[in-house]
Design a protein around this ligand. Structure first.
Ligand SMILES: Nc1ncnc2c1ncn2[C@@H]1O[C@H](COP(=O)(O)OP(=O)(O)OP(=O)(O)O)[C@@H](O)[C@H]1O
Length: 237
């Protein structure tokens, strides 16, 4: 289980205030919240990009905040993919294994598994600029997954895609999640995504996680509650 306990951060004028969240092994947690509520900062703090002022993040019994970022076992995928522009798709995807000095044999076999999962074999020698948005996103997901992270953070991973690609990638994410059994936290403003993918939904406002419920509990809320709590979401309720 991933247990976030009293996680706090102060960064210039912004504060994350005592975030508490439990995500079970293999659970898909979606975080909703208005722009600027601290969703990205929370993920980045757990991944090690910012130093928490207080709190613990326990995973498999260890406090991730005491570990160096590269040893936390977290894959991170951003909205704009952040692929390395001067590397081929193959080099982008295998980057995490190469910097960990894995053998060529391991790299080949891990790359092979992801090629099958994301159907990207034909893209391996291309550069990111020559890929469509959906292809770039599949490559970004493959790059995050190649290190076999225990946890995957997805920060608005589908928001730059058109409707058709979004549908395809949502199905692909669901398939990857079911096949890999990885624990996922996915940030979005899109209720379609949340209701399609989530087991659990959290709502953040002004640096606080104000609500966490299962998708079922969420969907069964009165319409007035949803309208009030989720007015920042893209999709009308
Ligand atoms: N590196 C940083 N340094 C200083 N302030 C930052 C930094 N990153 C984000 N912030 C500020 O922290 C607040 C929370 O930002 P964050 O990106 O976490 O919001 P968010 O909920 O992910 O928003 P969005 O939905 O628009 O992506 C914002 O006021 C933002 O300007």
């Amino acid at each position: 289980m991933l247990e976030i306990k009293n996680l706090s951060l102060q960064l210039n004028g912004f504060k994350l205030k005592n975030i508490n969240l439990e995500v079970d092994d293999k659970e898909y947690c979606v975080l909703l919240g208005p722009s600027g509520s601290g969703k990205t900062l929370m993920l980045e703090t757990i991944a090690g990009l910012h130093k928490a002022s207080k709190g613990q993040v326990l995973f498999n019994g260890r406090n991730l905040l005491e570990m160096s970022p590269e040893r936390r076992g977290i894959g991170l995928v951003y909205q704009n993919y952040e692929l390395f522009p001067r590397m081929t798709v193959r080099d982008n995807i295998t980057f995490g294994l190469r910097i960990r000095k894995k053998s060529n044999e391991t790299i080949k076999s891990e790359l092979g598994k992801l090629m099958d999962l994301f159907r990207i074999e034909h893209l391996l020698d291309r550069y990111p600029a020559n890929l469509s948005g959906g292809e770039q996103q599949r490559v970004a997901l493959a790059r995050a997954l190649i290190i076999s992270p225990g946890i995957l953070f997805l920060d608005e991973p589908l928001s730059s895609l058109d409707h058709l690609n979004k549908e395809l990638l949502m199905n692909e994410l669901q398939r990857v999640h079911r096949n890999s059994g990885i624990t996922i936290i996915h940030v979005t403003h899109d209720l379609d995504e949340a209701f399609f993918l989530a087991d659990k939904i959290g709502v953040m406002t002004a640096g606080e996680l104000i609500k966490t419920e299962t998708k079922k509990e969420f969907i069964n809320k009165p319409r007035s509650f949803l309208l009030n709590q989720l007015k920042f979401c893209k999709k009308a309720i």
